[in-house]
Design a protein around this ligand. Structure first.
Ligand SMILES: Cc1cc2nc3c(=O)[nH]c(=O)nc-3n(C[C@H](O)[C@H](O)[C@H](O)COP(=O)(O)OP(=O)(O)OC[C@H]3O[C@@H](n4cnc5c(N)ncnc54)[C@H](O)[C@@H]3O)c2cc1C
Length: 581
């Protein structure tokens, strides 16, 4: 349980508000503020003891085409260009990314940003964080991403311990997400050095003044939480929603558990499901993607991602799509140890991904979602789940690994067995169970192009995104360099995910589509519980948080404008027997 005007009140068996919001991530918190601003009473029900979901754990980056920061900086962008980009990259993936939904997303993005700014949420542009498909029609090389400004968590007072710790908490630095890509090569260009110095000064400055300086997703959720409290929107933690209440075909509330007691919270205007996906539900993942092994074990989404709210909506006949898809993130094995050390190696010269035959199979420096999908695709013909990250001693010497000085691996990394080392490519291959002749031939071929800064096989280093993520001090291509200096190293890479991205089909106003393709009256959904407007692609940093925040915003705007009487669409939401899991 946490703050809010009713937080001191013992739970009543039945409560009533205008809007019930299930889940306290990005979509849920934007919805809470939108409801309060529209004069609606709202409540956020969160099943975990922490507030913020995956959004708080995340980079907190939000992808908003044609945003006001771009305009202020004189950078040309438009909703039309972004729509073209959707068409070129996402293509036709069905109703989850219909033209209507894309247009709604694009129209409401800048509007939502303006709304949040009006309420006091401070954001900034992630300059240079290129769109992930920057070279496709409508792509923007300087990027369309925004992130929160560093924010002092002390403003939350006694609510602070309730906030899910963010990305930067793990590394102990007050680092913005747009700065993270620079830290491992801080020694490689004056600009990178200046960025790293700024991060250090900010971190120590905050410590010296005893500020709890938050960045990334925690700063985003923290700011919204502070405003929600000021606007008297209760956020109840440890309050899992277990079912939806239906009356006459309309969703009129939820059942939940609070302090061990069953409660009903009625909703006069609607229920918004912003409860995340089902990354950590092994039964659902096996059912919807039976060929993809061990996904829940590798997921780094928040533990609340178990799909229970999604199943409650499906039991009412809600339609779904993209249930096999996720926001993939190739992750070095070895938990935090391996991840923090080598997670971005694929962007830098001197490192490649190979399958068990020793072959490259993808442009390693492309969007993480693209790599995850390529790993599974390749795995049909050659083992690529897991695949191997292979790099040379030149890579080791050039870059920082974790918080160490360049060239130095964290204590124990080699001894742990996570990282393999050998004097030759063939020996390394043998140690990893990769075909030695295959790897030798592949490395020789790759090196030939890499020395000239080209990758004829996969085009690595050609796009602005590849180059933005690479080493600015490496010529002729910041993304490409040969793997040639002994000894050689390898680490296994698994397709983790940061959330599933298939789920409920929703319309342009985030209404859940039910039987007969009609919206289920009173039921809205946003974020990873839905089939995303991004389809099977990740258009730029912040694509998934934008998806949850924008549709959370639109859901409430729609609910606020709708009288209960007029919300009598023809769909009937009647409980069905859930399909066996
Ligand atoms: C390390 C990391 C970094 C990332 N970086 C980025 C980034 O920079 N940009 C980006 O776009 N994406 C990023 N992502 C992905 C992004 O965080 C998620 O896709 C997105 O935040 C999902 O938002 P959501 O609102 O759908 O769910 P969440 O933010 O996960 O919120 C859902 C909430 O609902 C709660 N809940 C679930 N079931 C119930 C129930 N039955 N009753 C009550 N509450 C319930 C959950 O506990 C959770 O708190 C990152 C993810 C991770 C893990």
């Amino acid at each position: 349980m946490t703050d809010g005007p009713t937080s001191e009140t013992p739970p009543e068996p039945t409560q009533e508000v205008d809007l019930v919001i299930v889940g306290s991530g990005g979509g849920g918190m934007v919805a809470a503020l939108t409801a309060a601003d529209a004069g609606l009473s709202a409540i956020v029900l969160e099943k975990r003891d922490l507030i913020g979901g995956s959004t708080a754990m995340s980079g907190g980056v939000v992808w908003v085409p044609a945003n006001q920061f771009l305009e202020a900086d004189g950078i040309a962008d438009s909703q039309e260009a972004a729509l073209k980009h959707f068409e070129a990259v996402v293509g036709d993936v069905g109703p989850c990314s219909s033209t209507e939904r894309r247009k709604a997303f694009l129209a409401s993005g800048p509007e939502m940003v303006q709304f949040l700014q009006r309420l006091g949420v401070s954001l900034e542009r992630c300059d240079g964080y290129s769109d992930y498909y920057s070279d496709m029609p409508g792509g923007l090389a300087v990027g369309r991403s925004l992130e929160p400004e560093p924010w002092d968590g002390r403003r939350l007072g006694d609510l602070f311990p309730k906030l899910q710790p963010g990305l930067a908490a793990g590394v102990g630095l007050a680092v913005k997400t747009n700065e993270v890509r620079t830290l491992a090569h801080w020694n490689r260009s004056p600009r990178a050095f200046a960025t790293a110095t700024r991060v250090i000064l900010r971190t120590f400055g905050a410590k010296a003044t005893r500020r709890k300086l938050l960045t990334n997703g925690a700063a985003l959720i923290g700011q919204m939480l502070e405003i929600a409290r000021a606007r008297n929107v209760p956020v109840w933690t440890e309050c899992p929603v277990t079912d939806l209440v239906v009356d006459g075909g309309r969703v009129v509330g939820v059942r939940a558990t609070r302090n061990g007691q069953e409660i009903t919270v009625k909703a006069r205007k609607g229920v918004l499901l912003s409860a995340g996906g089902f990354s950590h539900n092994p039964e659902m993942r096996a059912r919807y993607a039976p060929d993809r092994r061990r996904q829940p074990k590798w997921s780094i989404a928040n533990p609340g991602d178990t799909g229970d709210a999604l199943q409650a909506a499906m039991a009412l006949g809600a339609q779904t799509d993209l249930m096999d898809e996720a926001w993939w993130l190739p992750t070095p094995r070895g938990g935090k140890f391996g991840q923090s050390t080598l997670v971005d190696a694929r962007f830098r010269p001197g490192a490649i991904f190979v399958d068990a035959e020793g072959h490259r199979f993808v442009n390693e420096a492309n969007s993480y979602m693209e790599i995850g999908r390529a790993m599974y695709e390749r795995d049909r013909t050659a083992r690529a789940v897991p695949c191997w990250l292979v790099f040379d001693d030149g890579y080791r010497r050039r870059y920082s690994h974790g918080l160490s000085r360049p060239g130095k691996f964290p204590e124990g990394l080699l001894d742990s067995g996570i990282l393999k080392r050998a004097g030759t490519i063939a020996e390394l291959a043998a140690e990893c169970g990769i075909d030695p002749a295959g790897l030798e031939a592949e490395v020789a071929r790759f090196n030939e192009g890499a020395e000239r800064g080209i990758d004829p096989d996969h085009g690595r280093g050609a796009s602005a995104y590849n180059r933005a993520m690479g080493d600015p001090g490496h010529k002729p291509n910041p993304s490409l360099g040969p793997v040639q200096r002994a000894p050689f190293y390898a680490v296994e890479v698994v397709p983790s995910d940061i959330g599933t991205c298939g789920g409920l089909l929703t319309d342009a106003d985030a209404r859940v589509i039910g039987p007969g393709q009609h919206p289920i009256p009173g039921l809205y959904a946003a974020g990873n519980i839905t089939a995303t407007v991004m389809g099977r692609h990740y258009l730029g940093a912040g694509a998934s948080i934008a998806n949850t925040m924008v549709f959370g915003y639109r859901a409430v705007r729609h609910a606020a404008a709708t009288t209960t009487e007029s919300a009598t669409e023809t769909a009937t939401a009647e409980p069905e027997q859930p399909e066996p899991q």
